[in-house]
Design a protein around this ligand. Structure first.
Ligand code: PLP
Length: 393
């Protein structure tokens, strides 16, 4: 069976160019980059080059502002815990209700175990923040504001420029979880003075198990992993060299593919959405249709379960995701859609399609052809469906 992968916000295929670039670092160039000898020096040079590629994609002033980590979650934890530890007298954190669990569950932990006070900013029906709410939430006790760039479920983008300005005017450290946006849309850290930014390799065609944290020069940040002097003393532990090399190559490629993402990928996403919305009643796009990632579409089908759609798509070799089960393995409705006030009957029928540079027009046509009968079939058997509840239509 031919497979179609539209779950790229969950993880991506390693780009063949990335894989090729990594290969020599397993059995030939296996030196420790900290070693003084030739084997080490050669590898250290390649790690430095990878760091340059990451810095370039972010528009960072210097590659020294980039440290490598093991994943987006580690980057988020290092940023938030590191900022708190280096400013222990401040006890307040601001974040949003729609963050990834890497931030949300950390904040819950910090409140429960360490007594931090957390403000969770709300979002409106399109998934947008009220920047006045942010302004008035910041106090003299605020240690860090952590607000994501792009939402992983809906793709909705928060206005990083405006947010950074508000937070920096109050002299507070600003962290953004940019795990979903880096490599999909341009970002320029020389224009937007964000203090800390997280990214993850496996979301942009590098392997799993590698990420990076941007730390603006001068930002006080206690390390999370204390050990050797690696990563400028910000993260102890011998570097995961092959994956770091892969991440560097993936960032170099992402820069080249930004245009493709903005045009071709976006138009395929729009085609998919338009087809579905034209042919299926009681379906709607969740989140601001204009201000979101070009690859992401979160669509709700009223009266049916998203998981049922997913399983039937999966039977035909099509991989997508539902808001509920994707990260937690639970069937709780999506915290993001609930925060947006999406009604119960729509929340349960949500599906996320996330495209990539490898998605083709033919695949999009196949998905629409498969999806429409699936929705019709499920609605005829759903106890909540229009047939059984005619007053709902
Ligand atoms: N932040 C966001 C917005 C994400 O979408 C994810 C992964 O889905 C993460 C953080 C966690 O990244 P990782 O899987 O690399 O730990």
């Amino acid at each position: 069976m031919k497979t179609i992968y539209l779950d790229n916000n969950a993880t991506t295929k390693v780009a063949p160019e990335v894989f090729d670039e990594m290969q020599p670092f397993f059995c030939q160039l296996y030196g420790n980059p900290s070693s003084m000898h030739y084997f080490g020096g050669q590898v250290a040079k390649s790690v430095a080059q990878a760091r340059n590629h990451v810095a370039e994609l972010l528009g960072a002033q210097s590659a020294k502002e980039v440290i490598f980590t093991s994943c987006g979650t580690e980057s988020d934890n290092t940023a938030i815990i590191g900022a708190l530890r280096s400013n222990p007298e401040k006890r307040h954190i601001i974040t949003t209700k729609v963050e990834h669990p890497a931030v949300l569950n950390l904040c819950r932990y910090l409140r429960k175990r360490e007594g931090y006070r957390i403000t969770y900013l709300t979002v409106d029906q399109k998934g947008h923040l009220d920047l006045n709410e942010l302004k008035s939430a910041i106090t003299d006790d605020t240690a860090i504001v952590s607000i994501m760039h792009a939402n992983n479920e809906t793709g909705v983008l928060f206005p990083l420029g405006d947010i950074t300005q508000i937070v920096k005017e109050k002299g507070v450290v600003f962290h953004t979880d940019a795990v979903q946006s880096v490599g999909k849309i341009p970002i320029n850290l020389q224009k937007i003075p964000i203090d800390l930014l997280s990214l993850s390799g496996h979301k942009l065609h590098a392997p799993k198990g590698v990420g990076a944290l941007y730390i603006r020069e001068g930002t006080k940040l206690a390390p999370l992993l204390i050990g050797g002097h690696q990563e400028f003393g910000q993260r102890g532990g011998t570097e995961n060299v092959p994956s770091i090399i892969g991440l560097g190559k993936a960032c170099q490629l992402a820069l080249q593919y930004l245009e493709d993402e903005r045009n071709r990928v976006k138009s395929l996403r729009d085609k998919l959405e338009n087809h579905i919305l034209q042919q299926v009643s009681n379906a709607k796009v969740n989140g601001d249709p204009l201000n979101r990632l070009p690859n992401t579409s979160n669509i709700s089908f009223e009266f049916i379960e998203g998981e049922a759609i997913l399983l039937l798509l999966s039977d035909q070799g099509i991989a997508a995701s539902s808001g509920s089960a994707c990260t937690s393995g639970s069937l709780e409705p999506s915290h993001v859609l609930r925060a947006m006030g999406v009604s119960f009957t729509y929340t349960h029928g949500s599906i996320r399609f996330s495209l990539s540079r490898y998605t083709t027009e033919k695949e999009i046509n196949t998905v629409t052809e498969a999806l429409i009968p699936i929705v019709e079939q499920l609605r005829t058997i759903s106890p909540f469906g229009p047939k059984n509840n005619p007053q709902k239509v």
